[in-house]
Design a protein around this ligand. Structure first.
Ligand SMILES: Nc1ncnc2c1ncn2[C@@H]1O[C@H](COP(=O)(O)OP(=O)(O)O)[C@@H](O)[C@H]1O
Ligand SMILES: Nc1ccn([C@H]2C[C@H](O)[C@@H](COP(=O)(O)OP(=O)(O)O)O2)c(=O)n1
Length: 230
């Protein structure tokens, strides 16, 4: 049987990671894991349980035990805590504005790394592969992935996309996202490519071209693998 195909994609907000990863996973018939949604789910769950986000020990204790349920079908990914689906809630401002506070907690990150590795293995067992996207997948969660990509885009392109997506003014989005990226980058490096990671700059290409660029990197990597194996 072929080795499972793990595709790791990192990058800052608004580069196209989530939308491109979902489409790539659908095209390849493999699983999809949105790791940012996991940090968002933890932030939502802490707020719902009235946990003080400044109490890092309480947040990390909650991270160990909360019942996170990730659906990895790229055509219908889902996020839940226990039986409660929270797909909409985790995209709301109340979560977006606080998620960095849980994502910069190092104990939380250690727990999430293990959950993410387990989920990637589960996704691979179910479909033969997994596209996992976030900020530290190429470097920490799946550094041995067959395909590792850093998506970048100019700040202007990222802000315009996000403001169009959220239907809010570009300038309001800019300060919120630039601040969040700066905070997040204190715990993981996601603006420059680590060794062996291929950079795809999506500033001047459209969505379909971004998908094709990823599929091209996947094809090159898998051709290389079959040459080495054969
Ligand atoms: N290459 C691209 N060109 C234009 N728009 C794009 C491109 N990639 C993504 N988008 C759009 O930009 C928005 C943000 O993309 P998203 O995948 O949510 O980014 P990220 O996960 O990196 O934050 C989405 O509405 C998406 O359709
Ligand atoms: N592997 C990851 C994924 C996300 N994060 C952090 C970074 C962000 O502040 C939050 C939410 O990530 P998400 O990718 O959903 O954020 P955006 O879609 O870029 O707005 O989690 C992380 O620290 N490590």
């Amino acid at each position: 049987m072929n080795d499972p195909l793990i595709i790791a994609i990192d990058g800052p907000s608004g580069t196209g990671k989530s939308s491109v990863s979902k489409t790539v996973a659908t095209r390849l018939g493999i699983s999809y894991l949105d790791t940012g949604a996991m940090y968002r789910a933890l932030a939502w769950s802490c707020v719902a349980s009235a946990i003080d986000l400044d109490d890092s020990a309480a947040v990390s204790a909650h991270a160990q035990t909360f019942d996170l349920r990730m659906g990895m079908d790229p055509a219908a990914p889902s996020v839940g805590v226990g039986d409660r689906r929270i797909d909409r809630e985790i995209r709301e401002d109340a979560v977006t504005s606080v998620v960095s506070r849980v994502a910069t907690n190092l104990d939380v990150r250690a727990n999430m790394k293990q959950r993410q590795r387990d989920l990637i293995a589960e996704g691979c067992a179910a479909t033969g592969g997994c596209v996992a996207e976030g900020r530290d997948i190429t470097t920490v969660v799946a550094p041995d992935a067959a395909v590792r990509i850093l998506m970048t885009a100019s700040e202007d392109a990222r802000m315009q996309r996000r403001s169009r997506q959220l239907r809010v003014a570009t300038e309001a989005t800019r300060s919120q996202i630039v601040d969040r990226d700066r905070t997040d980058s204190t715990v993981s490096q996601f603006t420059t490519a680590a060794d062996g990671v291929v950079t795809i700059d999506t500033s001047d290409i459209d969505f379909a071209q971004s998908v094709d660029a990823v599929l091209h990197v996947v094809k090159e990597a898998t051709d290389d693998l079959s040459t080495t194996a054969g």
